[in-house]
Design a protein around this ligand. Structure first.
Ligand SMILES: NC(=O)c1ccc[n+]([C@@H]2O[C@H](COP(=O)([O-])OP(=O)(O)OC[C@H]3O[C@@H](n4cnc5c(N)ncnc54)[C@H](O)[C@@H]3O)[C@@H](O)[C@H]2O)c1
Length: 286
């Protein structure tokens, strides 16, 4: 099994920066890159602010924070980020063509035996198998938001993925303080999000039918079922635009309008994407 020490994270957005910092905190040597220079420039200050906060709250010792800072580096060059990586984690925007281009670049820029994990929520890694000469090293490595906090990591084996790759990724996740599961077959939504989806669809249906408002449904789920977050509050966190895009793809594929489609479309048209835009099912502007 390949032992992972050097990690390259591609994409410095919501997920990538937290995956990268989590790995740096756990002693991995991390290089992170993003296509947008301003995103790259904001990464070191974000890390410094996060770590300072951890010290102030007594959650991390000063020495550990210093070590994490030393392990975390930013580069605007993909070639530089990937050159000596044992593992490349792809965490860029959820767009098939953009990801495809990246995997083709990685085929030449990353070491031939580097493991490649995609953090995509919805695209199984076999879609990208043809981009690599050796797809046995490719799998989904699916973190949950916020990646610094959430314990679950899904390692999803495609028909092309070797068991060695699965084991190396499971080991990497454990050494990141995570609890990984081995998902043995590719399936849309993997495991946890499928269950979440079923609950979310029912919640959307209840709202669509006017049985209760989204906020009342959250109250029911949080107080009656003891979920830490109701489905609508959760959607504000993960992005209403992402929930809409998934349903839009499904609608285009099947011709059947998914439950909740109109409600989500209305939100997206108003630019209410959830927490990241300041408003979703709840108002975060105050
Ligand atoms: N947000 C979530 O809750 C969540 C949870 C699990 C998995 N994911 C998955 O993680 C991935 C990233 O999601 P996110 O929420 O961090 O998105 P985000 O929009 O916050 O960040 C994506 C980043 O990728 C960068 N980028 C785009 N194209 C690039 C390229 N070719 N090279 C380098 N950088 C590029 C963008 O500049 C941006 O900073 C997606 O595949 C998503 O499905 C998201």
């Amino acid at each position: 099994m390949k032992k992972i020490e050097k990690v390259c994270v591609i994409g410095g957005g919501q997920m990538g920066k937290q995956i990268a910092l989590n790995a740096a905190i756990h002693g991995f040597k991390v290089k992170i890159t993003d296509a947008i220079p301003a995103v790259c420039e904001a990464l070191q200050p974000w890390v410094a602010e996060y770590l300072t906060g951890r010290i102030a709250k007594g959650k991390m010792a000063e020495g550990d924070c210093k070590a994490a800072l030393e392990h975390f580096s930013v580069t605007s060059s993909l070639a530089d980020a990937a050159a000596d990586a044992d593992l490349v984690v792809e965490a860029i925007i959820e767009n098939k063509e953009v990801k495809e281009r990246l995997f083709k670049d990685l085929n030449t820029l990353a070491p031939k035996d580097a493991i490649i994990g995609t953090n995509s929520s919805f695209m199984v890694s076999s879609i990208f198998a043809d981009c690599l000469d050796n797809p046995a090293r490719l799998a989904n490595l699916h973190f949950f938001n916020p990646a610094l906090v959430m314990k679950l990591v899904e390692v999803v084996q495609g028909p092309h993925t070797s068991e060695d790759t699965v084991q190396a990724l499971m080991d990497f996740a454990r050494r990141n303080g995570k609890t990984p599961i081995w998902v043995r077959k590719e399936a849309e939504g993997f495991v946890a999000n499928r269950i979440l989806r079923a609950v979310g669809t029912e919640a959307m249906y209840i709202a669509e039918q006017g049985i209760a408002t989204p906020q009342e449904i959250d109250i029911a789920v949080e107080n009656g079922l003891n979920y830490p977050l109701g489905p609508f509050r959760m959607q504000d966190f993960t992005g209403i635009d992402i929930a809409y895009d998934t349903r839009k793809r499904e609608y285009e594929k099947t011709g059947v309008k998914p439950i909740g489609y109109d409600l989500l479309e209305e939100k997206v048209k108003r630019g209410e994407f959830g927490k990241k835009s300041g408003k979703g099912w709840y108002d975060y502007s105050k």
